[in-house]
Design a protein around this ligand. Sequence first.
Ligand code: ASP
Length: 366
Amino acid sequence: MKNKKSRRGFLLDSIKGLGAAALGSQLFKTEARAENKESRSLASVVIAQPKIRFVIHGGAGTINRKDMSAEREKEYHAALTEALMTGYGVLKKGGPSLDAVEAAIRFMEDSPLFNAGKGAVFTSAGTNELDSSIMEGKMLKAGAVASLKHIKNPISLARMVMERSKHVMMVGEGAEAFAKEQGVELVPQSYFYVESRWKALQREKAEEEKNKTPQDKKQEKDHGDPIDHKYGTVGAVALDQDGNLAAGTSTGGISNKKWGRVGDSPIIGAGTYANNRTCGISATGDGEYFIRSVVAHDLSALMEYKGLSVKAAADAVIEKVVKLGGNGGLIALDKDGNIAQSFSTSGMYRARVGSDGQPVIEIYKD
Ligand code: ASP
C-alpha cells in the first residue's frame, strides 16, 4: 500500500511538473494511466492543469513609429523579451508569481532604457527619486517605497518592506535606513545618470522658462526622441502554477517633478494591485490622475462587484482617467489567465506570454 501511494504521488507530481513546464497553458483535464498492473488499479487521475501567465510593461506614452529608429526599436524589443522571459522562466520552473514579478522588474530597473532604477528620470532639482510597489493576491500583502535616492533595485526593497517589516510603505531616508539594515547595497546618485534623461530635463526647464502651458508641452513631446518621453515606468503581473497572482511597478516618476512629488506607482490601489479573487494590475501614465482615479483597485472592484471581464474593466478605468484629463495605460491579468493591456497613449512598451505559451512583444497602438 505504501508503495502504491508513493507511486501515485510520483505520478501526480510528474504530470503536474510536465503541465507547468511544457504545456503551461489551458486548463484541461487529462487521464493519466500508469503502465504497470499495480498502478493501473488506481484508475484514471483527473488533473486540473495549472495556468501560468506573465505580462510586463515598460511604460506608456508618446511612442510613435515615425520617431523611433530601427536600432532603438530593436533595443527595446530585446530588453522587453529578456525581461519577459526572465520572469516567465521563474514561473515555468514552478516558482511563485512574486519571484517572477521581482525578477523581471529588476532586469528593467538595470536597463537605462526604462524610467526605473538606472534609467530613472531627473527631478527638477537634478536628483533621481525612485518609487516602487509590489503586492500579492492571496493574503493581500503589499510593500511600497517612495522617494529613494540610493537604491539600485527599488522593487526588491518594496518586497522587503512587505516581507520583513510590519509596514506597507516606507519613504525617503527612513526607507534607505531600513535598506541598510537589511544589507541592501546603496548606490551613489551618479549611478542613475543617463545623458538622454539629463538632456530631457534641460529641455523641460527651458520650456518652463518660456512659460508654456502643459498642453503645449504635451504636443511638443509628440516629436521628441522616444527615450526622452516623460513616461517609461516598468511593471509586471504574474499568475503562477498555484493560482497566485502578484503585481509590481517601479519608476523614476515624472521628469522635472518637484518637491518630493510621488506618483501612483508606489500607491497600492492606484498604480499596483493584486487580488486572487480578481486580477493583478500595474499601471503607467500621469500619476496624479491615476491616484485620483484609484485605477488599480477600481479595476479589481469592477470585476469583483460588477462582474466585468478584465478587458472591459481595464478599458473602463483608462476611460475614466482620460475623462479627468490624464493619459496612460495598464496591464492586468485575471485569475483565469486572461490578459488586458489598455492605454490611451500612442504606444505602450509591453510583452506577454498568454495561453499559447508564446512571447508577444508590442510597442505601438497599431
Ligand atoms: N505613473 C508614473 C508616475 O506618475 C510615471 C509613469 O508611469 O511613467 O510617477
